[in-house]
Every structure is written in C-alpha cells, then in structure tokens.
Design a protein around this ligand. Structure first.
Ligand SMILES: Nc1ncnc2c1ncn2[C@@H]1O[C@H](COP(=O)(O)OP(=O)(O)OP(=O)(O)O)[C@@H](O)[C@H]1O
Ligand SMILES: [Mg+2]
Length: 273
C-alpha cells in the first residue's frame, strides 16, 4: 500500500510546491514508485513538471465529477518511477465546482483506493488554505510534511495546522502522523533564520527534519523550465538537499517499503553535488 503524504501549510509561498515536486522526483530517482497529485487549482506542480493544457488529458476535475476514472488522469513523466495527476481547473466556474465537490472529504481517499497498490508513495501538493482541496488531501493522508520558510508567521501557520490536524483526525477517525517540519529557503547566519529556528525548536523540536533545504536559485530556475531539480541541475545544492530529504523520508518508512531502496544511486548523486 502506498504511503500518502500531504505537503501542507496554511501560508503562501513557503515552498510547498517546490518540495512536493522535488521530493516526488527524488523518491522516483531512488526507484520508489511515486505518484504526485496536484491538489492546488492554481496548477503549479504541473507547470513545474512541464505540463501544459495541451499535454493534459484529464485530471482531478474529471475524477471528482465522475467523468473519468482515476487511472485515466495519471500521466507519465520524464522519470520512469514518477507519475503525475494534474488539477486541470481553467476557469472560475470549474474552480467553484471542484471546491464544492471537495466538501465531500472522502473524494480523494476513495479515488486513491484503485491505485494504492501500484505505488510506494503518493505525494499531495496542497494549496495554502486549509478548507476544500487541502482538507480533502489531509483526509486521504497517512502523514503531513510541513515546509516552513524563515520569517514572520511561520510558527502561527504550524500552530494552526497542528490544531486543524487534531480536528481532521477526529472527523476521519484515524491517525494522521506528522512526517516532519522541513526548513526551506534557508539562509544561514541571518537574524530572521536564527529567530525562526529558535522559536520552532522551542515548541516543535522533535518534529524538525534533519534535512534543511537551502535557498538555491537552481530550484526556482528548474521549476521555471518545467523540470525537477534532479533533471535540471543534478549537481546543484538544491537537488542534493531534496535527494537527502527523500532518503530521510524513506528511512522513516523502511518497514512499509515495497520497492527496495536503491541507496547507491542516491549516495552517488548526493556525493556528486
Ligand atoms: N529553496 C528554494 N530556494 C530558492 N527559491 C525557492 C526555494 N523554494 C521555493 N523557491 C521559490 O519560492 C517561490 C515559492 O515557492 P513554492 O511555489 O514552492 O511555494 P508554495 O508554498 O507552493 O506557494 P503557494 O502557497 O502559492 O502554493 C517560487 O518562486 C519558488 O521557485
Ligand atoms: Mg504551491
């Protein structure tokens, strides 16, 4: 059974999409069968993987409307072990409709049942608001990974998500683990970073992941050119940090892994960077 991980935080621009795309690609490099699903109607993870309207056959919109089954919405990518489901919402009418359908919290969870055995990991790129699509994602998840960018209100957003998780767990009547808090866009030796690290550490130390994602232009360039960083610039610090994150996540989940870990490929790539 796939492990389903939501990449979520109720705050914009903290690196959710960058993390979802690059974590999913890095898991795929380690030969873990991975499915990335865009839960944000803005469609940023599709753009970051080079998908355009013309290359999308069907997506979550058709699945939630029962126009097509989930398998038809799965798209292959440049990476052998990475598949992608887009959120192909093109206008306000479609946006309103999918948000209404997402009020049924079991929508995604039910859709995933048909493919769960075919993947090791399902990664969900969530929008920055908790209601609607993000709630649907959390209700389908085994765990949540929270990217935090140094600066104002990061801690508020983490507090809010922890409180909301408590509520969702009661509603769906099962556990949703915290996979970890991931520091993104990290710039060492700045006051903002130091204060954020201190505040987060004081309250959530045990959840903070070992891997830290540096601020690195290769990551923003890669998404601009529609590629994950491992394909755009494998020697960049950004690509190496997401490979290290994938290795850390795999190590959390060794007992449940179906596809054997390929540490040599990852070690080689991380060493090269
Ligand atoms: N580690 C990084 N180094 C440099 N730039 C980054 C890094 N991570 C993300 N960015 C850039 O920061 C911007 C915001 O990142 P991203 O889109 O991943 O955030 P998000 O949380 O998904 O935003 P939203 O809430 O709007 O969906 C993007 O332009 C992205 O390219
Ligand atoms: Mg995003």
């Amino acid at each position: 059974m796939a492990k389903v991980i939501s990449i979520a935080l109720p705050k914009g621009g903290v690196g959710k999409t960058t993390t979802a795309v690059n974590l999913a690609a890095s898991l795929a490099v380690a030969e873990q069968r991975t499915l990335l699903i865009d839960m944000d109607t803005f469609g940023a993870s599709g753009i970051s993987l080079g998908f355009t309207g013309g290359t999308i056959n069907a997506g979550l919109y058709e699945v939630f409307n029962f126009i097509t089954n989930f398998t038809n919405a799965i798209h292959r990518t440049e990476l052998k072990y990475l598949d992608f489901v887009p959120c192909n919402v093109q206008n306000l009418q479609m946006e309103e409709r999918i948000q209404r359908l997402a009020d049924d919290r079991s929508m995604l969870r039910n859709a995933l049942r048909s493919v769960s055995r075919e993947y090791d990991y399902v990664i969900l790129d969530c929008p920055p608001v908790l209601r609607g699509m993000c709630t649907n994602a959390l209700a389908a998840s085994d765990s949540v990974l929270m990217p935090v960018k140094p600066g104002h209100f990061g801690l508020d957003a983490v507090d809010k998500l922890f409180a909301y998780l408590g509520y969702i767990k009661e509603v769906v009547k099962r556990n949703i683990e915290v996979e970890g808090i991931l520091l993104t866009m990290h710039e060492p030796n700045t006051r903002v970073t130091d204060i954020t690290m201190r505040e987060l550490g004081a309250k959530y130390k045990k959840y903070i992941l070992e891997t830290i994602i540096p601020k690195n232009t290769a990551l923003s360039e890669a998404s601009f050119f529609g590629k994950p960083a491992v394909l755009y610039s494998v020697n960049s610090r950004g690509a190496a940090s997401y490979l290290a994150l994938a290795r850390e996540i795999i190590s959390h989940n060794v007992q449940r892994a179906v596809s054997p870990l390929q540490p040599t490929v990852m070690d080689q790539l991380i060493k090269q960077a």
